[in-house]
Design a protein around this ligand. Structure first.
Ligand SMILES: O=C(O)C(=O)C[C@@H](O)[C@H](O)[C@H](O)COP(=O)(O)O
Ligand SMILES: [Zn+2]
Length: 363
């Protein structure tokens, strides 16, 4: 991807910068500018490390020849976002002698970012984490906002911490090597921003669907920047999800249950969120909050983006419901869902009756 550099600031108690543009992984001055000490540790996966890890290390060393650099490469895939792999990263940090002023670089997609961000949150009670997202989903969503976590067999992201990154450097030229399925997964989270609070953005996505699927540079850069602006504004106002940040979970209660029930080896996160958003729209309809036209509009757009919109066959609704009872938004008043009054008007709804959820799951 070519094009100009864009920047989004995330304010609040621990402000940081999101830089978006081509060439950032080779930009030694920008990478080294975020270092505090003399230790750097790169976490990546077996797909991404061979393409980019040496380039990042060379770029850092070109500015800081004295830098001590450690590295850990994990197996790729959501099924690897485990406590075991978290422990392996911690072990690698210890063996490499990384000190309190070390900087961990999370080089990869959402799994690497979430897992290694959690390791950065825990190692010596917290070291700097710089997110270097290499997938669209990580660029538009998971690298921003400081949610870090690993999955358990019982549920997605159940163990984690809020640990805002020191910086997010999204090198858009890495998208050239992104498999189409991963591109589409990222587009699901882009659609989410329009669905929750920006109807005109949804119109824009509609108008640029073909360009986005064709990886048009300008369309992708615009989608990434606008998504990051939305996310930055929300996490700045509500960093710890006491209120409006929960809206970013549209489609995730259904989606996480789906990923969990499939053992993290079925639909990927973006695909599960696409299905989940349609189910959330249907739930809203069933509860009398929104109109069928809104559901159809969302469904049609996601289908145009070649994302799934229906539950895969053979899933047990009761098992899905059991996963949802362990969703992090659930409280004493029962299940909480992000529903909408229509396109661009999402809200948190506590105490959602389980029979309504089951009816939606049963179609
Ligand atoms: O940043 C947030 O807040 C989100 O909810 C963004 C989600 O797209 C993302 O998948 C997040 O990791 C889900 O968090 P969780 O709290 O539901 O586990
Ligand atoms: Zn998500």
């Amino acid at each position: 991807m070519s094009g100009a550099m864009r920047q989004v600031e995330v304010g609040g108690a621990q402000p940081y910068r999101i830089a978006i543009g081509p060439g950032l992984l080779d930009d030694g001055a920008t990478l080294a500018a975020v270092l505090r000490g003399r230790d750097a540790f790169i976490v990546s996966d077996g797909n991404v490390a061979p393409l980019y890890a040496a380039r990042v290390i060379d770029a850092l060393r070109s500015e800081r020849p004295d830098l001590r650099v450690g590295q850990y490469v994990m197996a790729p895939g959501e099924e690897e976002k485990t406590l075991d792999n978290f422990a392996r990263v911690i072990d690698a940090l210890a063996r490499a002698g990384m000190r309190r002023d070390a900087t961990l670089f999370a080089l990869g997609g959402g799994v690497v970012g979430d897992l290694s961000g959690f390791a950065a949150a825990c190692w010596m009670r917290g070291i700097d984490c710089v997110q270097l997202p290499t997938t669209l989903l990580a660029m538009v969503d998971s690298s921003v906002g400081g949610k870090t976590a690993v999955d358990l067999p019982q549920g997605k992201n159940l163990v984690g911490a809020f640990h805002p990154p020191r910086a997010v450097l999204a090198d858009t030229s890495t998208l050239r090597t992104l498999p189409p399925r991963e591109l589409r997964a990222g587009l699901a989270e882009v659609v989410k921003y329009g669905a929750i609070g920006d109807a005109p953005f949804l119109d824009w996505i509609d108008a640029h669907a073909e360009a986005l699927l064709a990886m048009d540079n300008d369309a992708l850069a615009e989608a990434i920047a606008r998504s990051c602006e939305h996310k930055a504004a929300i996490v700045e106002r509500d960093p710890f999800e006491h209120g409006e940040r929960a809206l970013l979970n549209l489609g995730h209660t259904f989606g996480h249950a789906l990923e969990t029930e499939q053992g993290y080896g079925g639909l990927n996160h973006g695909e599960a969120v696409a299905v989940g958003m349609v189910l959330a729209a249907r739930l809203s309809e069933r509860l009398g909050l929104s109109h069928a036209d809104d559901t159809t509009r969302l469904r049609t757009l996601l289908s145009r983006l070649e994302l799934p919109v229906d539950l895969p066959a053979g899933l047990d609704p009761q098992a899905m419901l059991a996963h949802m009872r362990l969703d992090k938004k659930a409280q004493a008043d029962g299940l909480r869902f992000i529903v909408w009054d229509g396109i661009g008007r999402a809200k948190v709804l506590p105490g959602v009756p389980e029979d309504a959820v089951l009816a939606v799951l049963r179609g």
